[in-house]
Design a protein around this ligand. Structure first.
Ligand code: GCU
Length: 621
């Protein structure tokens, strides 16, 4: 901690000559005076709160108090002179709330589980990472102790400042080596750095680990030697890391091993792991992102419900099902996943994707909070047990590749604390802390951020189109994409089904009947082409090119309108940034954002031109 404060101080004093690389994120508090902080605890967490307040609190005196009468969660209360909390963590979160100028008298988190998921591989690469290599891992099998302890502490502080309290350190496509002793010792070192900031570590596991390491002959969850191996492993982990959070599991999905390999169910697999973790209060987060294998011919968006609904009620109480917000795969717009309607007896967590795999990666300015809010307007946040976000963090100096992608990390944390916070409020908070409080800048950029996601939908896949990305890397358009040797559900043509008659995927009762997985009144709304929201029209219906939209235009005209509107919006955004924003902020960040916006405009035009040319072949016939 001392380290960080000292280096920050050094930075402030040299700020005029130093390049501004964005590394400080939104943590740019100014040391104002030396506030007096009254507190008698020596705990590491409270000491961090104390030090932050002494250095940056804009007042003469403040007291920190643990109050056993408060609700038993990470919340806090501030009465003008005393910051109180039931838990030490609450004092830390209250501290950062005060420092960002949040004078809410009392605040409590919506969820106990507010987690980042890092898709980091042990060789340092990051699956769907667009901001450099892993901050945790580097060069599999070489020297192990490779992470930068100071960087990990900065990461911890940034997360604590927005209320994140857990992190999964490795890719869901997990290497069996993750659970070997040398790597677990590394995990312990990371956990020791994160602990004072109240961040627990979790690991993704490969379901076949004991077999892959040669310790058992099978990975069958009902085999005694397998269960025993996991119990022993749990014991080893908790000896090193007594507050270890638990496992995240991707099983029988996209080639990963799982209980299905032995004709066992997801419940068999999850429960075996849950039993191993139970004595230590660990949890299993079992992902519902499954498709393919046993679902020949079934609409991909229906498969998770088909597979998990029959198992509802069979899971141990320390298993949580973790499901992506939409039923397909983090598209710019999807309806919510009907799992959240169908799974009633097992706790659910939502998985959001902060890293913009399908929303321009770290090259497009796309603020994701409005998209996440759309999800929370459809699925009652109170139904959920927790929230996970696939991180966009790497070794790039500015952490996230694009300066504005930092806003998505920030917004994720704020929404994990309170999913009802308006996205505009979060954008303003972030802009003020990250760039400047000048209202001209903040108003203009908050507006641009607010428009950015809808613009992305418009220039990539309006009106419910989905998954027409280039193969594999998912950057740029490939509406004619079809590779015979690939599973059909990886191919764009499977998703848009354009032909002479029209375009779109018939998921109504006349088609795959995916609508029937939604709660009744919504199923009816989606089923009927006339009541289906137009922004999901082609998700649920195969629609004639000449179909009349609500504004009187034909579907084909409307599609052209949206693609053009998306491009015009980002052209406007770039013009504003280029011509009007320069003098508000430092040159380096201005230029780096300007370069990316320039590219974004080009890429948006490519999307529009490619897609309209391709669909035009059918529409104009
Ligand atoms: C997407 C993504 C993969 C990832 C998978 C998952 O398909 O492209 O890289 O592994 O989701 O969430 O498991």
């Amino acid at each position: 901690m001392k380290h960080i404060l000292l280096s920050l101080f050094a930075l402030f004093t040299t700020i005029s000559v130093h390049a501004e690389d964005g590394h400080q994120l939104w943590l740019r508090y100014q040391p104002v005076n030396k506030a007096k902080v009254l507190c008698d605890s020596k705990s590491a967490t409270i000491q961090i709160a104390k030090q932050e307040l002494e250095t940056y609190y804009n007042g003469a005196q403040i007291a920190l108090k643990l109050d056993a009468t408060m609700p038993d969660d990470d919340g806090y209360r501030f009465d003008g002179s005393t910051l109180s909390a039931r838990r030490e963590a609450g004092l830390l979160y209250g501290t950062y709330a005060l420092l960002r100028g949040d004078m809410n008298m009392e605040s409590h988190p919506a969820y106990d589980l507010r987690l980042l998921n890092h898709w980091d591989n042990l060789d340092g690469s990051i699956e769907r990472g667009y901001a450099g290599e892993s901050i945790f891992w580097k060069i599999e099998n070489a020297q192990l102790s490779t992470f930068n302890a100071q960087l990990i502490e900065e990461y911890a502080r940034a997360n604590a400042s927005i209320g994140i309290n857990g992190t999964v350190l490795n890719n869901v496509n997990a290497s069996p080596k993750m659970l070997t002793t040398p790597y677990l010792k590394e995990v312990k070192k990371i956990a020791d750095i994160l602990r004072p900031y109240h961040i627990k570590v979790y690991l993704s596991i490969n379901f076949a680990t004991p077999m892959a390491l040669g310790d058992t002959k099978t990975a069958d969850p009902l085999d005694k030697s397998v269960a025993k191996w996991w119990q022993k492993k749990a014991k080893e982990i908790y000896k090193l890391i007594p507050d270890f959070g638990g496992f995240l599991v991707k099983a029988n999905s996209e080639g990963q091993p799982g209980p299905g390999d032995y004709k066992r169910t997801h419940a068999d697999g999850a429960n075996m792991l849950a039993d191993a973790l139970k004595p230590y209060k660990g949890i299993v987060m079992w992902r519902c992102f499954v498709y393919g294998a046993n679902h020949k011919g079934e609409d991909r968006v229906k498969q998770a419900v088909s597979e998990f609904k029959p198992l509802d009620g069979q899971f141990r109480d320390n298993v949580i099902l973790q499901t992506k917000n939409g039923p397909l795969d983090f598209q710019p717009r999807e309806p919510y996943s009907p799992i959240f309607d169908q799974i009633k007896q097992t706790p659910n967590m939502v998985e959001l994707q902060i890293t913009q795999e399908y929303l321009g990666q770290s090259r497009h300015l796309v603020y994701l909070a409005p998209m996440w809010q759309e999800f929370f307007s459809q699925v009652n946040p109170k139904q959920l047990r927790g929230i996970a976000g696939v991180a966009n963090i790497g070794l790039d100096k500015n952490w996230c590749g694009h300066h504005f992608s930092q806003a998505n990390w920030y917004a994720f944390g704020r929404l994990a604390w309170n999913p009802m916070l308006p996205s505009d409020k979060i954008a303003r908070e972030w802009l003020q802390q990250t760039f400047t409080r000048d209202p001209q800048f903040v108003n203009t950029m908050a507006q641009i951020m607010a428009e950015s996601r809808e613009a992305c939908v418009d220039y990539m896949m309006p009106l419910g189109l989905h998954h027409i990305f280039k193969f594999d890397h998912h950057y740029g358009p490939e509406p004619d994409g079809f590779i015979k040797s690939y599973p059909l559900e990886w191919c764009p043509v499977y998703y848009h089904k354009a032909d002479k008659q029209g375009v779109g995927f018939e998921r109504s009762s006349k088609g795959t009947d995916a609508v029937s997985q939604y709660r009744k009144e919504l199923a009816r709304t989606y089923d009927n082409i006339n009541t289906c929201p137009e922004n999901l029209l082609l998700w649920f219906h195969h629609v004639p090119w000449t179909y009349k939209m609500k504004d009187g235009s034909t579907l084909w005209e409307s599609l052209q309108f949206h693609y053009n509107r998306g491009v015009i919006t980002v052209e406007t955004h770039h013009n504003i940034w280029h011509n009007k924003m320069r003098h508000y902020i430092d040159e380096q960040r201005w230029r780096e954002v300007d370069d990316r916006l320039h590219h974004q405009v080009e890429n948006a035009r490519e999307w529009r031109d490619t897609c309209l040319k391709y669909f035009g072949q059918f529409a104009n016939e």
